[in-house]
Write a protein that binds this ligand. Structure first.
Ligand code: DGY
Length: 376
């Protein structure tokens, strides 16, 4: 079916294609200030590569794409052939982008870090508690009119305070989740990451000293040497790795079997990090085990049986879905494209907040292949 496109700033001299409507106005103002005519697809269907190439046409300066689209070498070659020099993903993750393909086409690839760190971690916390305290099951029970009065054994779940939380992938989001669980619920933290997160460890050490001063029980943070060790030790495990060949099915049947029978597994990273069919089997066999999932292996589909399980909480990839964050992501994606088109340098600070209000810095907030393109 033919898709409808809306055009913003029709007289702009540069042409930028945006494959989905984005929230807020700031992103449009940024592109308009860079003299861009912005063409935005109004359909909620996922665009195919052919449809995107069709829209790029014979002249296009830049594009903003979605994590649901496969931005492969062919697409980047088409963009480059149309004179395009800038692309940004509307996401921090970019497993949908063939970065070497973009680099070959000499196209910088932007992403949107920094604005979804806490927001995504908050959703991981929400899933942890929804799963562990059986919120969705109990909600369904109430709506079905089945509540006939308080009972001592009704919907008993897990206690978090003083337990052990495990984080796999202690980058920005994983560390934020770890801090929230330590600070909020006095949990001990174990994590696996190829690199130590010294700031996270220091935070827990300082926080522990503070709790002790108040007469409380200290908390600890330990980096373990393997994923297996974290799975075996933690009461709750939250996944925060990027998806690549090394993390595909990182959590499989064998590793699930290492987890405590009443543990909780949270995934807000990418679906294929978990072997979802194995998770379905595991949750069926261990009714006290819980999972909270924001992402799915074959999104938007779920593996057969997943939706029937009471011990799984599922939401549709909304971990970054707050107004502030989604508008912030739009701003960063637009700023990436506008900066590249205007020949601005890279922003050399992890703090991207200056892009979100006031005058937009004359810099590209985040370009993932900058080093390969000799941009830094
Ligand atoms: C991302 O940004 O990678 C999320 O999955 C969507 O916000």
């Amino acid at each position: 079916m033919v898709k409808e496109w809306r055009v913003h700033n029709p007289d702009g001299s540069r042409r930028v294609v945006v494959t989905k409507e984005l929230p807020g106005e700031r992103w449009l103002n940024i592109l308009e200030s860079a003299d861009c005519r912005v063409e935005i697809c109004q359909s909620s269907d996922v665009l195919t590569g052919v449809e995107i190439i069709d829209r790029i046409g014979s002249q296009c300066d830049g594009a903003i794409g979605q994590l649901t689209e496969a931005w492969d070498a062919e697409l980047f070659a088409a963009l480059a052939a149309a004179g395009g020099t800038a692309y940004s993903n509307y996401a921090v993750g970019y497993n949908n982008v063939d970065v070497p393909g973009a680099t070959t086409a000499r196209i910088p690839v932007g992403n949107t870090p920094g604005v979804l760190t806490e927001t995504t971690a908050e959703m991981a916390v929400a899933l942890t508690f929804s799963a562990g305290r059986r919120v969705v099951e109990a909600d369904r029970f109430m709506r079905a009119g089945r509540y006939e009065g308080w009972l001592p054994t009704m919907y008993m779940g897990q206690r978090f305070v003083g337990g052990t939380v495990g984080v796999i992938g202690a980058g920005r989001i994983g560390a934020a989740y770890g801090r929230m669980m330590v600070e909020g619920f006095k949990m001990n933290l174990v994590y696996f990451d190829p690199y130590p997160n010294e700031r996270l460890e220091e935070f827990v050490t300082n926080y522990s000293a503070f709790i002790e001063q108040q007469g409380g029980t200290p908390v600890t943070c330990r980096r373990l040497t393997s994923v297996e060790d974290v799975l075996a030790e933690a009461d709750v495990v939250s996944l925060h790795t990027a998806l690549d060949t090394t993390t595909h099915h990182l959590i499989n049947a064998e590793r699930l079997s290492l987890m405590k029978p009443d543990a909780i597994l949270i995934n807000t990273s990418r679906g294929p990090v978990v072997d979802e069919a194995a998770l379905v089997d595991h949750c069926r066999a261990h009714p006290d085990f819980k999972a909270g999932l924001d992402v799915f292996e074959d999104e938007p589909a779920m593996k057969p049986g997943l939706a029937d399980l009471d011990n799984v909480v599922i939401v549709p990839h909304i971990a970054s879905a707050t107004v502030w964050t989604r508008q912030g992501m739009a701003t960063l994606a637009a700023a990436n494209v506008a900066a590249v088109l205007q020949g601005y340098p890279l922003w050399d600070d992890d703090d991207v907040l200056p892009f979100l209000s006031g005058e937009v810095p004359a810099a590209a907030p985040s370009i993932v292949n900058a080093a390969d393109l000799g941009l830094k």
